[in-house]
Design a protein around this ligand. Structure first.
Ligand SMILES: N[C@@H](CCC(=O)N[C@@H](CS)C(=O)NCC(=O)O)C(=O)O
Length: 230
């Protein structure tokens, strides 16, 4: 039995972020499915904001609030300290701060804008048997996403990674949040070549591809193929 249990679903980009960190580090973990929209009482107790993911470290405590951490950023920081091998946070102080900033930008701004504007209007509608709201998704893609994508493209510059010269939490978070949108829609990134190349490199990693394949298998039941937003 693994010490680490991730409560949630790979359909969440924040759950996939935690899974990616574990996979990159070679840390054993289990994922326990929780329907966050109708969670059991025990989950409400450990997730005060009623959100996924929540991590349990069974080596700390096997039930109740002790041994649990809510919020993907807190969880990934914990896993980094507990399993420092394959570091995913730069050692250099400025690169470390920059990695945290890019993680936050993706977790909050990219995820909220694309989640509310593209993923939800398409995927949530389809899961409820409704027509996807493509007008909302197209307006978001045309008006709200360009500055975000341009920022993420520019932040890479000529570099392979967002912070320092190695994979970090920043690369993982940008990718899981961006790929959330590709569950619902095609994302032509021709105007953002550095970001497009980064995404392609990241998609080749098991840490990104394996959890995403599970999310995709679930979503394709209601959204058979990604929509065109052009
Ligand atoms: N800042 C949180 C965000 C988590 C989050 O928003 N999770 C979504 C799923 S993608 C959720 O649980 N939503 C349920 C709700 O808001 O009711 C993190 O990084 O873990």
């Amino acid at each position: 039995m693994a010490d680490l249990v991730v409560y949630g679903s790979p359909v969440s980009p924040f759950v996939r972020k935690v899974q990616a960190v574990c996979i990159e580090k070679g840390v054993e973990f289990e994922t326990d499915a929780v329907n966050v929209f109708d969670p059991p009482d025990w989950f409400r107790e450990i997730s005060p904001l009623k959100r996924i993911p929540v991590l349990r470290d069974r080596s700390i405590a096997e039930e109740g609030i002790p041994g649990t951490i809510a919020d993907s950023s807190a969880i990934c920081g914990y896993i980094e300290r507990k399993h420092p091998q394959v570091p995913l946070y730069p050692a250099d102080p400025f690169a470390y701060g920059h990695a945290l900033w890019i993680e936050e930008y993706a977790d909050s701004h990219l995820a909220a804008t694309g989640g509310l504007g593209i993923f939800r209007p398409i995927a949530f509608a389809a899961m409820q048997g409704k027509e996807p709201d493509l007008d909302t998704a197209r307006a978001c893609w045309a008006e709200k996403m360009p500055p975000i994508l341009a920022y993420l493209d520019g932040a890479l510059g000529d570099g392979e990674f967002y912070a320092g010269d190695a994979l970090s939490i920043a690369d993982i978070t940008v990718t899981t949040c961006l790929m959330q949108l590709s569950l619902a829609a095609r994302l032509p990134l021709d105007a953002y070549p550095a970001l497009a190349a980064h995404l392609k490199r990241m998609q080749a990693r098991d840490s990104i591809a394996v959890p995403y394949a599970k999310a995709e298998a679930f979503i394709r039941r209601s959204v058979p193929e990604p929509h065109d937003l052009a």
